[in-house]
Write a protein that binds this ligand. Sequence first.
Ligand SMILES: Cc1cc2nc3c(=O)[nH]c(=O)nc-3n(C[C@H](O)[C@H](O)[C@H](O)COP(=O)(O)OP(=O)(O)OC[C@H]3O[C@@H](n4cnc5c(N)ncnc54)[C@H](O)[C@@H]3O)c2cc1C
Length: 397
Amino acid sequence: MKTDHSFDAVVIGAGPAGSLAAYQIARAGFSVLLVEKHPVVGVPVCCAEGITVEGLTKVVPLDRRWVCSDISRITLHGPDGTAVAINHPAAGYILDRTIFDRDLAARAAAAGATLWVNAEAVGIVSADGQLFDRVIVSRGGRTESIGCRIIIGCDGVESLVGRWAGMDTLLLPENMDSAAQILLGDLRGLDQHQMEFFILPELAPGGYVWVFPKSPTTANVGLGYTPSLGDGRTALARLKSFVDVRYSSASKLATNCGGIPAFRGRKIMTNKNVLLAGDAARLLDSLSGAGIANALLSGKYAGQTAAEYLNAGAPRLAMLRQYPERFMRDKGRNLRYLLYARQIFMKMSTQDFNDVVVFLKSVFDGKTIHEVDAVSIIKSILRAKPRLLTLARHLFW
Ligand SMILES: Cc1cc2nc3c(=O)[nH]c(=O)nc-3n(C[C@H](O)[C@H](O)[C@H](O)COP(=O)(O)OP(=O)(O)OC[C@H]3O[C@@H](n4cnc5c(N)ncnc54)[C@H](O)[C@@H]3O)c2cc1C
């Protein structure tokens, strides 16, 4: 099959990871094609849109047009109704992902990337059985073969690029959470600057319910849980039972559902001349399910490493190992620890959760903090409640 077009690099998926990767490659002076299967970048949104200030601004300069709400308060509700409220000026943002994703893709295009929407990658090909040198793209009823020297898969949680490249991207059922979200309108008494989390082991085993305000009267209300701990009820059915009780008079403006994979380490970040970034590489915080910041950072490092590889001329695959090295140096310890905390979280009883929230209330309630370091908070919980460590003993022996 002859190639219809050729680029130095092809990036598959125009989410945050893909747009950052394409931006880095274009900025370094190489030709890059960014393909997005949907007709509009950033639509549909399947995300609660929360991100910390650091997670965003460490990678891209903030544009206020992306921000729906500035978050300065976090409230955690335990199963028995005990609540701990923490003031945290400049904790994070609730974004408008439609504008955010579109702007990041536009930034990549402005740097020189070619963006195709309505263009779905359907396979990758290796002519010599060694390196992958083509991406097959279905666009406008036609199948096109795109020549390239490197491929970056940023195709999200349902990624196929890794599998095409021979990586083992399958997840065990206990390592894939299921989530549903409803955008609620006509809310009364909502605090636009407060994020709320509800730990409800009966309703959301292995997960939690969130309320992330987008305006004084609208909020992303969602539920994530671990299906292997459940009874067959879907995330949406569980969420509806929460919403019907707590927000019975609100209007339901949009509904979406998605999967949230647990972190897999560096195992599926590279194979041959294919890199994976963002959710495709399972680079999420396994406790909260947050993945936007890691998608941005991994997309940036994948793009930078790809540009260095392209710059070397002859294919030097060893150079691509720099990509997982860079990302893990920055985030590996944190993500491993959160995965470990998830193993404990999944085994905690309702009483354990009540005890933890009471402990957090005694330490944090009504206080103002300026930095949230999840790892330090988890360590302080484990020091105060060493019994919880026994829930994770299978990790040690
Ligand atoms: C309900 C829910 C709530 C969440 N809330 C939060 C939150 O509040 N904060 C947070 O940090 N994270 C959250 N996450 C996770 C977050 O949404 C992801 O981690 C993040 O979007 C990952 O970015 P990405 O670029 O890797 O993938 P995505 O944003 O999923 O982008 C992948 C893109 O690839 C495209 N694509 C896929 N296959 C192909 C193909 N074959 N060809 C061309 N294009 C393709 C898709 O259409 C999509 O545009 C949530 C997830 C869910 C499900």
